[in-house]
Design a protein around this ligand. Structure first.
Ligand SMILES: NC(=O)c1ccc[n+]([C@@H]2O[C@H](COP(=O)([O-])OP(=O)(O)OC[C@H]3O[C@@H](n4cnc5c(N)ncnc54)[C@H](O)[C@@H]3O)[C@@H](O)[C@H]2O)c1
Length: 325
């Protein structure tokens, strides 16, 4: 490595240098503790919206001094990509040297986005879900449907997954793969309600839509259950969200920013952000019967907590391609 080189890591190289889900959850917990103490710099993400409908490309910078991490993710979400056999989420991340500002690495961000989003759900659940939770409902059995269960499985004694997807084939492929990878019972269900009612943990991970389809109605989520709204409020009717005793997010400023551009019109008042939960400034779950929800937006600090772990391991493994600056 010299001052005029940058390390490029492909999707495959990121994955092979990738830390375990447990390590990512730990890194996020450290980062959110810092955020709670006001020691993370992270402006709300600016975005552009090429083409039709719900397409976006977001710029996501963050600086976490305690982790010596600074950088930016440039990430796209194109809901129609599956018709071209392309991933919904794609993009690149630049990691900078906090001493000099120089770029250290440019890496594909698909794996990081998949993993850190699952990790953020699990971290929220650590503070908001019942520790003995065993049954998880998944609505949307794509990338996030996989990594969210992987992460929840690190912190909870999961036994069973109730899997719903509009695409039946996708749900069955998911069931086979997840049952084998994690030794879980995975049942494909035909109705969304069967992946909500009777579940301790619920993750909605379909497309993010400005006009929510509001499929999940009041009375579906059990008392004592926790829900992670990975696809924002797209799946939830306002009357179902208002049943939450604690409605949380990962960053209030960014939630307000999304509201200004038309998302999250029908959510209840926010109890706490994840920094406040992790640093103990606001209480997490206090009784077994509470319904709790986390609408995590996905933050640049999640990526910047994870990227240095990948960079350091890639250096140790001597993988990647050095490019001239
Ligand atoms: N909040 C965050 O931090 C964050 C981060 C990354 C991705 N996301 C969001 O998570 C969602 C899932 O992303 P992904 O990468 O897993 O996408 P994916 O394309 O891999 O999976 C989405 C799945 O949802 C299914 N689906 C579509 N509409 C559905 C519906 N109404 N009910 C049930 N299933 C439905 C699709 O068939 C597909 O299997 C997207 O909305 C994405 O924007 C959020």
């Amino acid at each position: 490595m010299t001052a005029n080189q940058v390390l490029y890591l492909s999707r495959g190289e990121v994955e092979s240098a990738g830390p375990s889900m447990a390590e990512i959850i730990d890194a996020l917990e450290d980062a959110f503790h810092e955020k709670g103490e006001g020691r993370v710099e992270m402006p709300p993400k600016p975005g552009i919206h090429p083409g039709q409908g719900d397409n976006f490309i977001h710029a996501m910078p963050a600086y976490i001094p305690a982790l010596k991490s600074a950088g930016i993710k440039w990430v796209a979400g194109f809901p129609e990509n599956h018709k071209r056999n392309l991933p919904y989420i794609t993009g690149l991340l630049i990691l900078n040297d906090v001493e000099t500002g120089l770029p250290l690495a440019v890496m594909d961000c698909v794996w990081i986005t998949a993993m850190r989003t699952g990790a953020a759900t699990a971290l929220s659940a650590k503070y908001l879900a019942r520790p003995e939770s065993t049954v998880v409902g998944i609505l949307g059995t794509g990338v996030q449907g996989r990594t969210n269960v992987e992460a929840l499985n690190v912190l909870f004694p999961l036994k069973k997954v109730m899997a719903y997807d509009l695409d039946k084939g996708a749900a069955h492929r998911y069931a086979g793969e997840m049952a084998e990878r994690f030794d879980l019972e995975v049942e494909v269900v035909n109705e969304p309600r069967a992946a909500v009612t009777g579940c301790d943990l619920v993750v909605t991970a379909g497309p993010i839509l400005k006009q929510p389809h509001q499929t999940i109605k009041a009375g579906w989520l059990d008392e004592g259950a926790f829900a992670s709204l990975v696809d924002f409020d797209s799946y939830w009717h306002p009357a179902a969200m208002i049943e939450a005793d604690r409605f949380c997010t990962d960053d209030l400023a960014q939630l307000r920013h999304y509201q200004e551009v038309g998302y999250f019109a029908g959510i209840p008042p926010v109890h706490a952000d994840l920094g406040e939960l992790v640093s103990g400034q606001k209480a997490g779950r206090e009784s077994a019967g509470e319904r709790t929800m986390a609408a995590n937006l996905g933050l640049a600090m999640d990526d910047m907590a994870t990227a240095p772990l990948i960079y350091r391991r890639a250096l140790e493994m001597k993988i990647g391609t050095w490019l001239p600056l």
